[in-house]
Design a protein around this ligand. Structure first.
Ligand SMILES: Cc1cc2nc3c(=O)[nH]c(=O)nc-3n(C[C@H](O)[C@H](O)[C@H](O)COP(=O)(O)O)c2cc1C
Length: 447
């Protein structure tokens, strides 16, 4: 049977996101990210294309690993400057009915109570269309700006994140009984206090005593996404995630990431196909293959390798300005994101990468592959990846705004629909019901 492919759009609240240099194209509108209308137009476009979510990445801090300064990132707009993703969701939810919103929030800085409250608020305002992409942060600059000496150790960040999540689940799921909000005007009773329970938590990293102050939202716990493919990151995903976001440049790399995660799910007592897996990807599709290839060449000519180096240095925690472009990338453990370097070194042993190869790759679409062609070629390619790797869909980055997404909606989506590989309408229900064919509430079991 033809597998239905899921699509999310992958952006950050910044210029260019995963395409440093492309903002210099007069037709690219990504530097309009400061305008509300830019986001509303995008959300409406994605809903027209039946995208599952608009998925917003986020980082705390600036990319200052390259050369030990933020100069490169600032000059080339390498995810710097960057605004907060949360307020965008209220705007876009108001303009749409079905589109989901994935939002990345780090557990490194906000206390669990405040972040849990923010998600509950958004889940209400979106009527249950919010997902949380949980990350543990990788930029030391963020830690310093928030008054910390440095980031916790890589694996300890995940230990702390486990406790963070367990506490959030208690706020969302244990503090308010179903039916406690009676809104009984005749009796003059909005909430029945008997249905509200204090959360008492004394843990290694967090303490909290008291009732959660928000009434339960449609999903209670937002749909849980996770991105972070190290061994420890995979264990964390196996415990919490309902959807996982992987990023690797080759088919073999993605296949291995999926297989590793499935083994970890099995080890955690879950079914191997218990999570929906999305791969980072970029699509350049045009009405004709020739035009798509021409567009690709124009994008390559504008790609900014310095900006790409600022990004890759930040992701890996290694100052890549100290290496020559012909040096081969070799895996070492670092305290930043470990899977970023692994995906250009040990993940796929059949391929070696020089620094130049990796920068040219990252400059168009980050850690995900780029597929170029007319709708038929691109659909073949996407279906091939889904069949060979076990993923469920793609988190699609853009190169040019809004052309990348407009062309996907106008050319690729109808082709996938003709093949029976893409929905023709949204399913009913909250985001979890739409994406997982499950009930409205969290599908992973509390420990
Ligand atoms: C595909 C992908 C996307 C990611 N997106 C973000 C992001 O938007 N913000 C962020 O802080 N970390 C992001 N990360 C990093 C990780 O989630 C994680 O917090 C950390 O850096 C450690 O990752 P690791 O388990 O791969 O070593 C991403 C990782 C992957 C694999």
């Amino acid at each position: 049977m033809t597998k239905e492919i899921r699509l999310n759009a992958f952006l950050m609240n910044c210029v260019g996101h995963l395409a440093p240099g492309q903002w210099t194209n007069p037709e690219d509108t990504s530097s309009d990210y400061l305008n509300a209308q830019y986001w509303v137009d995008l959300a409406e476009l994605l809903e027209r294309g039946l995208f599952d979510t608009l998925f917003l990445g986020d980082v705390t801090g600036v990319y200052d690993v390259d050369g030990g300064t933020a100069e490169n990132a600032l000059t080339n707009a390498a995810q710097t400057p960057m605004n907060d993703p949360f307020p965008l969701i209220s705007l876009m939810a108001h303009a749409t009915r079905h589109l989901g919103f994935g939002v990345t929030a780090s557990v490194a800085y906000d206390p669990p109570y405040l972040l849990a409250r923010r998600f509950t608020t958004l889940d209400h305002l979106t009527k249950g269309r919010v997902a949380w992409n949980i990350v543990t942060s990788y930029l030391e600059s963020g830690a310093r700006s928030l008054g910390q000496e440095n980031l916790l150790g890589h694996d300890e960040r995940y230990d702390r994140a486990d406790e963070y999540l367990d506490l959030c689940y208690r706020f969302w799921e244990d503090s308010w009984d179903d039916g406690a909000v009676s809104r009984d005007a005749q009796a003059g009773k909005y909430v029945d206090p008997a249905g509200i329970h204090a959360v008492n938590h004394e843990g290694r990293y967090f303490r909290s005593h008291g009732i959660f102050q928000c009434e339960p939202s449609p999903q209670r716990t937002p749909l849980i996404f996770q991105a972070g493919g190290s061994q420890r990151g995979g264990q964390f995903a196996a415990r919490h995630a309902e959807c996982v976001f992987v990023g690797a440049p080759t088919r073999e790399g993605v296949r291995r990431s999926v297989a590793q995660l499935q083994d970890q799910l099995h080890a955690a007592g879950r079914k191997r196909d218990d999570v929906r897996i999305f791969a980072m990807f970029t699509v350049i599709v045009e009405e004709t293959a020739a035009l798509a290839r021409q567009r690709h060449q124009e994008y390559l000519a504008r790609a900014n390798l310095d900006g790409a180096r600022a990004l890759l240095s930040g992701w890996t925690g290694i100052d890549l300005s100290r290496y020559s472009l012909d040096d081969e990338l070799v895996y070492v453990d670092t305290n930043a994101g470990q899977s970023a370097l692994a995906s250009f070194s040990k993940l796929d042993p059949s391929r070696t990468w020089t620094l130049r190869d990796a920068l040219e790759f990252v400059a168009l679409g980050g850690r995900g592959p780029v597929v170029v062609g007319d709708a038929r070629e691109v659909a073949d390619e996407l279906q091939g990846w889904v069949n060979d790797t076990g993923i469920d869909g793609f988190n699609l980055a853009y190169i040019e705004m809004p052309r990348t997404f407009r062309n996907i909606v106008d050319y690729l989506v109808p082709e996938l629909q003709r093949r029976g590989a893409y929905k023709r309408q949204y399913a009913d229900g909250v985001l979890r019901e739409k994406l997982l064919s499950a009930g409205p509430y969290r599908t992973t079991v509390s420990p």
